[in-house]
Design a protein around this ligand. Structure first.
Ligand SMILES: [Fe+2]
Length: 682
């Protein structure tokens, strides 16, 4: 074969013929084959032929391969020792071209398939890449979310120094971040009981169990032995203590986080979801960071809470101390203003407390104070505030409470305390405990903290001087008097007198009450009832000008002291006379010490020359003087008082007015005795 034919054959095999003229083999001898260019138009029809010989050639070409195709011309030459006809040569050449075309077709098909496979592979890679990008984007978003939540967590920790509030806020945040449905936090420093507890999303059943003290301190300590967070992705397949605890709480997946304060585990946080797989091991690292931050925050909050508790609590009873009570009273008054509701203040003073200190020692006195504190807390509503106001004085703040309800609460405290008693060390019997109670209600009994406490204290004093173990609240006449325009000024005058002589306020209120009762019995006009109430409260306002040493002198007064004290009606008239709105009570202030027989003072008026209001005031004043305990004598019983009034009819008192009072009081006392008898029988 010539060098030219070799190149042509090689060109066909290598595909270099593309774009070149088609070649046609021409047999010129037994060992020589030359190639010549032939036009494509002559071959095209032949390639479309489908006779049997052509198919056979194609099959042969496909099955035998290129090497056999190269050898075929030689075989033709050998077999046809005789010279092949041009038709045979053309047919042979046509078959060869057909085979080559088919081979090219097959090769192109293979290449096309390879390209399609490559495209599919590339598409698959692209999809995988896209998924990886999506995963990475989601991971970045998740990390960003975690960082944001970490920042939010830090804010929640920094914004509140209340351990409970902080725990609740942190628990909710952590649950939200990790897709948890529920969770709980217990703060239980070693050697102490559970101090803080927060829960989120738990069922009502579990909320109740937690309130009842689940888990026990020992069980909690068992879980708190872990140093790092434990994540349970499927609690049904986990037999660790953490897994069992989470499964017990109804969690399908959970994380149990020890809360550390420096090196010490002080609590436990459990978060979880009903569904398994919501939390997995990848969350553990971030959860550790969370619990570490929370541990620092809650430690600081507990330290602050302890310092605050020490500052606002009484060290003996653990109740609020005096300073805190004053602050809380202001806050409660503000809330009452906002809610347009009332606020009751109850002052309580332990009767005969000195007896416990003197008889059993001051340690026993402290025990008694603690016992009283416990008894008070047992008797009151959780919304009420209780504190130690002074040495043996306690105070209750009862939001949204009126006089009647406050008196009931005081009676309940009284009963709990009475039932409790105090048993001194080594004694077989309890020593009874009793307190006196004074009630005042904001805003009807006073518009300022000072007024309110003064009123409660006055009622307490009334209970104390009435023998103790009694609850005293303002009478209806006081409540009515306070509704009179300008009462604030009247009350400030009363307070001024009261500051000089504590007895005077009690006495003034008593006089107002008896004058009011007498006015009702006389069926006076309603306006006159108000006047009697105000007159009773202010009738002794002239005592402002009397020296304290005379007012508080327990024994008999000297002649000069008597003259000084008898000047108080005149002095009171000067004060009241200078106040236009109080002109209607001026006769009561000036003449309440006049006598029916003309032997009174300051003007020695007699009979009906004495103004009516002053004659009423004279009866009320005498009744109060006889019923009130004084340091140097006890108050009289009511039968004796009424007898004395009867004896003074026509001499000291207006006979008609005195009689009306005696009859009215006997009816009242009889009704009260009947009620008492019936209640004892019941
Ligand atoms: Fe007087």
């Amino acid at each position: 074969m010539s060098e030219q034919s070799d190149k042509i054959a090689a060109g066909w095999r290598n595909g270099d013929h593309v774009g070149r003229p088609k070649l046609k083999l021409v047999t010129v001898g037994e060992d020589d084959v030359t190639a010549a260019a032939v036009p494509d138009q002559s071959e095209a029809p032949r390639r479309r032929r489908t006779d049997a010989s052509m198919e056979a050639s194609v099959v042969d070409a496909e099955s035998t391969g290129a090497s056999q195709r190269v050898e075929r011309p030689s075989r033709v030459v050998e077999e046809g020792r005789s010279k092949p006809s041009p038709a045979d040569l053309r047919a042979k050449r046509s078959g060869e071209l057909e085979s080559e075309s088919n081979a090219r077709f097959l090769k192109l098909s293979e290449e096309k398939q390879a390209v399609e496979l490559a495209r599919a592979q590339i598409a698959q890679w692209a999809q995988m890449l896209e998924e990886r990008v999506e995963d990475r984007t989601a991971e970045i978003a998740r990390r960003n979310s975690q960082l944001t939540m970490l920042n939010t967590l830090a804010k929640a920790i920094n914004q509140s120094l209340d351990p409970s509030q902080m725990s609740s806020a942190v628990l909710e945040l952590v649950c939200e971040l990790f897709g948890a449905d529920m969770g709980a936090i217990w703060i239980c420093p070693p050697g102490q009981s559970v101090e803080v507890q927060a829960h989120y999303g738990l069922s009502d059943v579990w909320n109740r169990r937690l309130q009842r003290g689940w888990p026990s301190r020992d069980l909690l300590q068992l879980h708190m032995q872990a140093r790092f967070s434990a994540v349970v992705s499927d609690t049904t397949k986990d037999i660790t203590p953490e897994g069992r605890m989470a499964r017990h709480l109804g969690m399908g997946s959970a994380a149990v986080l020890p809360i550390k304060s420096r090196t010490e585990v002080i609590g436990l946080m459990v978060i979880g979801s009903v569904e398994p797989g919501v939390l997995d091991a990848e969350d553990a690292t971030v959860l550790d960071v969370f619990s570490e931050q929370f541990g620092v925050g809650i430690t600081n909050a507990l330290l602050y809470e302890d310092a605050r508790r020490r500052a606002e609590r009484d060290p003996v009873t653990g109740l609020y101390n005096h300073r805190t009570l004053q602050q809380m009273l202001l806050q409660a008054m503000s809330h009452a203003d906002d809610d347009r509701s009332s606020l009751a203040v109850v002052l309580m003073d332990l009767d005969n407390f000195k007896f416990f200190n003197d008889t059993y020692g001051h340690l026993s006195g402290d025990d008694v104070l603690r016992l009283v504190g416990v008894a008070i807390e047992q008797a009151i509503d959780p919304k009420a505030v209780c504190g130690r106001y002074g040495g043996d004085e306690f105070m209750l703040l009862l939001p949204g409470t009126d006089h009647r309800t406050a008196a009931k609460v005081a009676q309940k405290v009284r009963k709990v305390l009475s039932d409790a008693g105090y048993r001194p060390s080594g004694q077989q019997q309890n020593v009874p405990l009793a307190m006196s109670y004074g009630v005042a209600v904001y805003p009807s009994d006073g518009l300022s903290r000072h007024e309110l406490i003064v009123q409660a204290d006055a009622n307490l004093f009334r209970s104390k001087t009435g023998g103790g173990d009694v609850v005293s609240a303002p009478s209806p006449y006081i409540v009515r008097a306070r509704q009179i325009p300008g009462y604030e000024m009247i009350d400030s005058l009363i307070a001024t007198v009261d500051n000089k002589d504590r007895y005077t306020r009690r006495h003034s209120e008593d006089v107002a009450e008896y004058a009011y009762i007498l006015g009702e019995a006389m069926e006076v006009e309603p306006d006159m009832l108000d006047t009697l109430a105000v007159a009773g409260l202010l009738h002794d306002v002239g005592k402002i000008g009397i020296p304290d040493s005379i007012l508080r002198k327990p024994g008999k007064l000297t002649a000069d002291e008597m003259i000084a004290i008898q000047s108080h009606p005149t002095f009171g008239a000067l004060i009241v006379g200078a106040i236009p709105s109080l002109q209607h009570i001026l006769p009561a202030v000036r003449h309440h010490h006049e006598r029916w027989d003309g032997r009174g003072y300051p003007d020695a008026l007699a009979g009906e020359d004495i103004p009516l209001i002053a004659r009423i005031m004279a009866v009320a004043d005498a009744v109060s003087a006889m019923t009130t305990d004084r340091p140097y004598r006890n108050g009289m019983e009511w039968p004796q008082v009424l007898t004395n009034i009867e004896r003074g009819l026509g001499t000291q008192f207006d006979p008609e007015i005195g009689r009306v009072f005696v009859d009215a009081m006997r009816v009242r006392l009889g009704a009260a005795a009947e009620v008492d008898t019936l209640s004892k029988a019941a």
